[in-house]
Design a protein around this ligand. Structure first.
Ligand SMILES: Nc1ncnc2c1ncn2[C@@H]1O[C@H](COP(=O)(O)OP(=O)(O)OP(=O)(O)O)[C@@H](O)[C@H]1O
Ligand SMILES: [Mg+2]
Length: 258
């Protein structure tokens, strides 16, 4: 990877579909591959990256960078699990002007970082969410296999393409395989974009969030973790091979209490 960073937005139309989950676990999977990665909490109003990563203390936030108070490099913190993170302030005292007037600056600043810059986007089509789409190079769209979230994903994909940005593909999260959910092949046709990851519904996700440890660290051989790794391989044009003896490894993880 060259000097310039590649800014990838993890976006969705509907909220709560698994953007933050994807941003964090994809970030760690890319780092495992030796890539330089920074995960940025671009959801300035209801920042929730910290909730899934486990709260950790930081002195400089993205808001300080946007207000011109701090250099972007001062806002990059190493989380105890090893991931580089630019957190958002949770403080209601922080004067918040919205991202819109700061889009160009945000892009310039994020380009100063190296490797993959993964933006955990705000949901929906609010001003902030649309502004993030202007800041990114590419997006990954997260959806659940139901009509409401796919309908909203289609809107985000259309807006992104109108902005002449690249849609890398769609992550379908919370697949249960029931006959009342949309199939990945149907979602692919509806979105006119490739499905690049299929994450099953799995209680290990809720457990790992409860334990404030990303699932890829909490249960490395669980199905969602394998899928996040597969996605990281795809994004770096590597060929993914499933680890050997997965069944046995999962069994051992279960024995250890997961
Ligand atoms: N594959 C899954 N299996 C089980 N539960 C899941 C799965 N993916 C997500 N969840 C649940 O959905 C919740 C929302 O996920 P997440 O916070 O990543 O969504 P989000 O798109 O970032 O939400 P927001 O739009 O509010 O930022 C998680 O806290 C978890 O409880
Ligand atoms: Mg989120």
């Amino acid at each position: 990877m060259g000097e310039l960073s590649r800014i990838i937005g993890i976006a969705s139309g509907k909220g709560g579909v698994g953007k933050t989950l994807t941003a964090i676990n994809l970030g760690i999977a890319l780092q495992e591959l030796g890539e330089q990665v920074t995960v940025v909490d671009a959801d300035l109003t209801v920042s929730n990256l910290g909730v899934q990563l486990g709260t950790f203390s930081f002195d400089v936030s993205l808001q300080d960078v946007l207000s011109g108070k701090e250099h972007i490099l001062n806002a990059v913190h190493q989380h105890p699990i090893g991931l580089m993170v630019v957190p958002s302030s949770l403080s209601v005292d922080d004067v918040y002007t919205g991202l819109k007037p700061n889009a160009k600056k945000l892009r310039r600043d994020l380009k100063k970082l190296k490797g993959f810059v993964i933006l955990d986007c705000p949901p929906g089509l609010t001003d902030d969410a649309l502004t993030v789409l202007e800041v990114v190079d590419d997006i990954v769209v997260v959806t659940n296999p139901d009509v409401p979230s796919v309908t909203d994903a289609i809107k985000v994909i259309k807006i992104t393409r109108d902005l002449k940005k690249n849609v890398l593909g769609v992550v379908v999260n919370r697949i249960q395989g029931t006959n009342y959910e949309l199939r990945p092949a149907e979602i692919e046709i509806m979105c006119e974009a490739p499905i690049i990851s299929k994450i099953p519904e799995d209680k290990i996700i809720k457990k790992s969030i409860f334990e404030e440890t990303p699932v890829i660290k909490y249960s490395p051989y669980s199905k969602p973790s394998i899928e996040f790794r597969r996605l990281a391989y795809y994004m770096t044009n590597r060929t993914f091979k499933e680890p050997k003896n997965l069944f046995f490894k999962r069994f051992m993880e279960k024995l250890r209490g997961f």
